[in-house]
Write a protein that binds this ligand. Structure first.
Ligand code: NDP
Length: 452
């Protein structure tokens, strides 16, 4: 049994009830066979065995009172997975599906993603099984205050710097930051995704979606292609999806779809800037459902989500580029096949792990360019890193400056993943390239810092 296989076996034995975490671990470790063979010092120092164990895992209760006076109790988590190259950094997710397996997969992925950005950021993730959907602003505020009443003692601008993720946007970051500031009696850059008047960075809201499109632009360029005239399927209609859509339109592409957890819309004429502004108002201000788009725009149709993933869904729309931007495991093997049969050229993950292992195998086996989220959605955390730098410097860079830095970082991540894959004889395999490039930097740091 190889060293990688043994490390995988151990991980499976330790956490048999954590399928998402094991899926993420398998995807990374399976890329590392040749690296471990070339680096016996990593084997001896048990780098892999250490990397799959979080440095610290916090779980706490979050009690709060709803508008009618009823008490609710949710679970809160923070996972400080790996701090070898910088303070822990990663988002908070508020969604009823949140559990240890999902947060551990996200925190594990974050370690490699943050390494790929080239910035000094360790990996972490956290959140709660709280569902902000349908809650009043006051209820969300009370929940966030209760959540931070425990979390504040474990984080800090040089220790752990959380950000947003699913269900945690500008509103939630505001309430969380306010409570941290009150308890710590200190105004510091302890959270990213802050509002512009209190320490936020321009382009942070746009960063994950824009960065994804910059990355896919680089992938297309390796085949002398561009976004101009390409049809694009986007899933989700939250932060990542909205700004991916905006940048695709800007680069001359034609977004055809968007979705939420209730279903998806397909606009035969494409989603233009005006229609996207309508979606942003619907989702960010009116907090409505994507189905309303089809009531408003005659060129669009709506289909409700199926109880099980379905090949008749969003991924059956014929497109050149697919950008899954909603959640994990949203494209299965059958849906991938449907995209391939319809001639998709590129699939860029905006969400974290939206494609199942079967889907990735299908894309790679059929010559479809595929980028894993840890590379193509790293623009969000990279710009969070830029927000931290601006907070430390106590100054603000212009929109153009931040956007240019983001673009450069995405070009560099693409180059690192592409060149690493090529160096190991796997040209075009972005999964391999991203895993190996992200791993090496963290492994070297762990080795240098001793057995911790
Ligand atoms: P948002 O909460 O802003 O939006 C999430 C979108 O996905 C919503 O449209 C939501 O629909 C949909 N969605 C969520 N869960 C499901 C589900 N189980 N089934 C179908 N649709 C679902 O989150 P973000 O846009 O911030 O995050 C989206 C993805 O991108 C996540 O995987 C996140 O981890 C990843 N990501 C986000 C970054 C960021 O900077 N925000 C950075 C890097 C990665 P509904 O409203 O109905 O729930």
């Amino acid at each position: 049994m190889s060293h990688v296989e043994a490390a995988l076996k151990l991980a499976r034995q330790r956490d048999p009830d954590q399928p998402e975490f094991l899926q993420a671990v398998e995807e990374v470790l399976e890329s590392l066979e040749s690296v471990m063979e070339a680096h016996p010092e990593f084997v001896e120092a048990k780098i892999l065995e250490r990397m799959v164990e979080p440095e610290r895992l916090l779980q706490f209760r979050v009690p709060w009172v709803d508008d009618s006076g009823k008490v609710h109790v949710n679970r809160g988590f923070r996972i400080q997975f790996n701090g070898a190259i910088g303070p822990y950094k990663g988002g908070l997710r508020f969604h009823p599906s949140v559990n240890l397996s999902i947060l551990k997969f996200l925190a594990f992925e974050q370690v490699f993603k943050n390494s790929l950005t080239g910035l000094p950021l360790g990996g972490g993730k956290g959140g709660s099984d709280f569902d902000p959907k349908g809650k009043s602003d006051n209820e969300v505020m009370r929940f966030c205050q209760s959540f931070m009443s425990e979390l504040w003692r474990h984080i800090g601008n040089n220790t752990d710097v959380p950000a947003g993720d699913i269900g945690v946007g500008g509103r939630e970051i505001g309430y969380l930051f306010g409570q941290y500031k009150k308890l710590q009696n200190e105004f510091t850059g302890v959270l990213t995704g802050k509002g512009m008047s209190w320490g936020g960075s321009l382009i942070r809201p746009e960063a994950t979606g824009y960065g994804l499109v910059y990355f896919v632009r680089e992938m297309l360029a390796t085949k002398s292609e561009t976004f101009a005239g390409k049809s694009v399927a986007i899933s989700g209609s939250g932060n990542v999806a909205q700004y991916a859509c905006e940048k695709v339109i800007e680069l001359g592409g034609k977004p055809m779809t968007m979705s939420d957890s209730s279903g998806f819309i397909h606009d035969a004429d494409g989603i233009d800037a005006e229609k996207l502004a309508w979606i942003m108002d619907l989702k960010n201000n009116r907090r409505g459902r994507i189905s309303e788009y089809a009531d408003h725009f005659a060129s669009a149709s709506y289909a409700a989500a199926q109880p099980e993933p379905s090949v008749n869904g969003l991924w059956s729309v014929k497109v050149d580029v697919a950008l899954p931007c909603a959640t994990q495991n949203e494209i299965n093997g059958d849906e991938a096949k449907s995209l391939v049969d319809n001639g998709v050229m590129v699939v860029g993950e905006g969400a974290n792990m939206p494609c199942t292992p079967e889907a990735i195998e299908c894309f790679q086996g059929n010559g479809v360019m595929f980028s894993p989220g840890k590379a193509s959605n790293a623009g969000g955390v990279a710009t969070s890193g830029l927000e931290m730098s601006q907070n430390s410097l106590r100054m603000n860079w212009s929109r153009e400056e931040v956007d240019e830095k983001l673009d450069t970082i995405m070009v560099n991540i693409h180059k690192a993943a592409y060149d690493t894959a090529k160096k190991y004889g796997r040209e075009g395999d972005y999964v391999f390239g991203a895993n190996v490039a992200g791993f090496l930097k963290v492994a070297d740091a762990m080795l240098a810092q001793g057995v911790l």
